[in-house]
Write a protein that binds this ligand. Structure first.
Ligand code: GDP
Ligand code: IMO
Ligand code: MG
Length: 429
């Protein structure tokens, strides 16, 4: 068997959590391959809403195993807060959750470092979620990191203390007063105490060699789905650098983040919103700083699932979408949040970028170049509610036209259209 992949094609928050949850009944195993608690994946069903940060979005289906892969970075405090929220809702997430021994740990001092580095950047800050992502991946690649498999070792505390004192030295050097900085409402010492209590609880989870487990499961005919976090435009190599996250969010990340050969990659689903959003700093060619942008934000409830920050909103960006499709080798497209465009009599789609009045061919190296301007194609909106549509045959002609136009432009079929946040508001074409 091969591993199917679902990942985001824009700047994150495309609706990956919802679709992974909808697709889970088709799979035996769901596996996260990168990122960490910077992710916020929302799942809504039966009138209840859950936001997952570290746990894969298949957790609500008891018969499906959920793997936190080696490419993920884990803050045990945040992981157990999630587990406890699910337990309070009557679930038993420990039963179907497996954690890779090779996944790296985010330490409390990684979070301090994240805050100190961001504050030092001043107006050029990335707009990080401040979950310690950059510093934890830096230690991983700098070969200093602590891994889940280390927590039972004798030298764990010693290595923790060494690394922490190095982090604090940098924090102090940057002139950052960490004594008054709160981590999720807690001072550093309180957070650290809870972090260590969570490390103890982590020892009780099912810790595995996930690369062996996943390869063996595929050999045995099990169906596996890899769940991406963030989006292609936040990929550390191909996103709008430096305004990116610190992992490979693209299909290639599945291989290194789960220990699977490229031969093992099966169907690749790419998710995009019918428009665009971005949270944090960085270039966004189709951003709307006007009433239409506000209409998208309010209509789409575009506020960060992890930080609550208002998301920046704009029209669909086809040059970026095509670039993402190429990088990921997408086989099938999933378009989200079509309903948010309901109240628009007219919709713009960016078909090209131009600079000095000339169309740019290919995708620009530096999206931060302020000379880059979007070229728009104007489409008629459907200007009516999609609520109540239960099959793709019931959608308004203008939405069918919008879908056809995108398919022609990108050369790929949109097989799934989402028209609301609930599991049930999903149309197959
Ligand atoms: P993820 O990070 O890719 O999983 O996406 P998020 O959960 O951060 O953000 C997507 C948001 O859109 C969540 O609040 C979802 O509940 C919501 N959502 C998902 N699909 C739809 C849809 O088709 N229509 C609307 N209106 N909301 C949706
Ligand atoms: P999901 O999985 C949207 C953004 C941050 C910031 C940049 C770097 O929910 O789609 P980081 O904390 O990774 O150092 O932040 O990346 N970012 C996201 N934006 N959705 C996400 O995840 C994101 N994870 C990180 O806002 O601009
Ligand atoms: Mg999100």
């Amino acid at each position: 068997m091969k591993v199917d992949v679902i990942l985001g094609l824009q700047w994150g928050d495309e609706g990956k959590g919802k679709i992974v949850d909808v697709f889970t009944p088709r799979y035996d195993i769901i596996a996260r391959f990168q990122g960490g608690p910077n992710a916020g994946h929302t799942i809504i069903f039966g009138g209840r809403k859950f936001v997952l940060h570290t746990i894969p979005s298949g957790i609500f289906h008891r018969q499906t195993l959920n793997v936190i892969g080696n490419g993920v970075i884990i803050d045990p405090f945040i992981l157990f807060r999630e587990i406890d929220t699910l337990r309070e809702a009557g679930m038993a997430p420990e039963e179907n959750l497996l954690v890779s021994r090779r996944a790296h740990l985010i330490m409390p001092s990684h979070r301090l470092l994240d805050a100190a580095l961001e504050s030092d950047k001043g107006s050029s800050k990335i707009g990080s979620t401040l979950k310690g992502i950059g510093p934890a991946y830096t230690d991983k690649y700098g070969r200093n990191g602590l891994r889940v498999g280390d927590i039972t070792g004798d030298s764990f505390k010693l290595r923790y203390d060494q690394l922490k004192s190095e982090h604090l030295e940098i924090v102090r050097h940057l002139g950052f007063d960490y004594t008054s900085h709160l981590l999720d409402g807690l001072d550093f010492e309180s957070y650290e105490a809870k972090w260590f209590a969570s490390i103890d609880r982590l020892k009780g989870l099912k810790i595995i060699d996930s690369e062996i487990f996943l390869n063996t499961s595929l050999d045995e005919g099990k169906r596996v789905l890899a769940e991406g976090a963030q989006g292609t435009m936040l990929d550390v190599d191909f996103g709008s650098y430096p305004f990116v996250t610190s992992s490979n969010t693209i299909t290639a990340g599945v291989c290194s983040g789960l220990g699977l050969s490229p031969h093992r990659i099966g169907k690749i689903y790419g998710i995009f919103k019918a428009y665009c959003t971005r949270v944090g700093s960085g270039p966004f060619p189709t951003e709307l700083n006007d009433a239409d942008g506000e209409k998208l934000r309010v209509g789409g409830n575009e506020f960060g699932s992890t930080t609550g920050r208002p998301r920046r909103c704009g029209w669909l960006d086809l040059p970026a979408l095509k670039y993402s499709i190429m990088l990921n080798g997408v086989d099938s497209l999933i378009m989200m949040k079509a309903d948010v465009l309901d109240p628009f009599p007219e919709i713009e789609i960016c078909t090209d970028y131009k600079k000095n009045n000339e169309i740019i061919s290919g995708f620009p190296y530096d999206l931060c170049d302020e000379q880059i301007q979007p070229v728009y194609n104007n489409r008629k909106g459907w200007n009516s509610s999609l609520e109540g549509c239960t099959s793709i045959n019931e959608i308004p002609a203008a939405l069918a036209d919008y879908i056809d136009f995108i398919e022609r432009e990108v050369g790929l079929a949109i097989d799934t259209v989402s028209i609301g946040p609930d599991r049930l508001q999903t149309l197959q074409r």
